[in-house]
Design a binder for this molecule. Structure first.
Ligand code: DAH
Length: 348
């Protein structure tokens, strides 16, 4: 076989191999074998020594032609294989963006938290500060500073869980009034604070009583605060929570920390004041306690009662939520039954 024939054979077999190969590594292997220094073309070209001077350049040129043909064939095949590989990968990774998504279960604040958040937003908007306190309180802040010295009969109004002789689970949020009075410097302006939180009483749980529930205390202390300020503030609050149509009624009452003291009723939203089972036929629903801060409370907090005065109020968050949403058993708030809680899921 002449050198030319050998080269032509090589071209044919190599081209077939290149066409047959299906993966890029194998193709690379062929490239090294066929075109490399130790490859068959180089081998064949060694035989050129024996050729005549005329023939040598022709065969050389032919060999080079074959080399570049094969290199081109390899490049073409390489591009084909790469495109195939990319297509397979794309097919495998195809994403149908029109498929319905998997919905993510989203949590939502507890209904009592929603009521607290709502009230906080309202009062912060009026320039109040939100004050935190301690669920474990001492007698001094829970009772004494609020004008309830030892043996004061009013202490019985709030059956107390004692931890030690002096420490107890706070029975109301009013201790934070005392704490705020103690800490406040009127150089920084008046006191305008609210304090929502959990309170504890030794009560037997039933539809309207719970041994732990939520209250929100509010207090404003400055010069020249009157009961009209209290009334306006409560009216604004009640209208925000229960709607503009509600009427308010102040009834004289007694709390040791306020003088005068009132209980506040709203006109029944079920019967609009005509009388029904929600308002026990009275047309009115009691919603909170309030009054003008007692001078003894101011004094206990180190505030000059001749110069400063103000009002305070305490409302039950659970009671607000029960009335607002028509919940008839307070225990529902604490059972964490999602079927109940989901009714108050906030959208968006
Ligand atoms: N601390 C009272 C309670 O737990 C609620 C209350 C009534 C708070 C009248 C006040 C108030 O600030 O003026 O029942």
């Amino acid at each position: 076989m002449s050198l030319k024939e050998q080269l032509e054979n090589l071209r044919q077999t190599s081209l077939q191999e290149i066409q047959k190969v299906v993966d890029l590594d194998a193709l690379n292997q062929i490239r090294v074998e066929v075109l490399g220094k130790k490859g068959p073309i180089t081998e064949v070209l060694r035989g050129m020594r024996n050729l005549s001077n005329e023939e040598r350049p022709k065969v050389g040129a032919f060999a080079n032609e074959i080399k570049s043909d094969l290199a081109e064939a390899i490049e073409t095949r390489k591009a084909e294989l790469e495109a195939k590989k990319a297509a397979a990968q794309l097919a495998h990774e195809t994403l149908d963006v029109t498929l319905p998504g998997q919905s993510i279960k989203k949590g939502t604040p507890h209904v009592l938290t929603q009521v607290i958040d709502d009230l906080e937003d309202l009062f912060v908007g009026m320039g109040y500060q939100v004050v935190a306190g301690y669920e474990v309180e001492d007698e001094r802040h829970n009772f004494e500073m609020l004008n309830m010295p030892a043996n004061h009969p009013a202490r019985d109004m709030q059956d107390t869980f004692y931890i030690t002789n002096d420490l107890l689970m706070r029975t109301h949020m009013s201790p934070n009034e005392a704490r705020d009075l103690e800490n406040h410097d009127f150089k920084n302006g008046p006191i305008k604070m609210i304090s929502p939180g959990r309170v504890y009483r030794r009560d037997t749980d039933d539809a309207t009583h719970s041994h732990q529930f939520y209250q929100m205390e509010g207090q404003v202390i400055d010069k020249n605060i009157t009961m009209a300020d209290l009334k306006g503030t409560l009216e604004y609050t009640i209208h925000h929570i229960f709607g503009e149509d509600r009427d308010l009624r102040f009834r004289p009452s007694y709390f040791p920390f306020t003088e005068p003291s009132v209980e506040v009723d709203i006109s029944c939203f079920r019967c609009d004041g005509k009388g029904c089972n929600v308002c026990k036929q009275t047309g009115w629903i009691e919603v909170l306690g309030a009054g003008m801060t007692h001078p003894n409370v101011l004094k206990a907090g180190g505030v000059d009662a001749d110069v400063y005065g103000g009002f305070a109020f305490g409302l039950g968050i659970d009671r607000f939520a029960m009335l607002k949403y028509g919940v008839d058993d307070i225990r529902n708030f604490y059972l964490n039954d999602v079927r109940f809680l989901n009714q108050f899921t906030q959208e968006g």
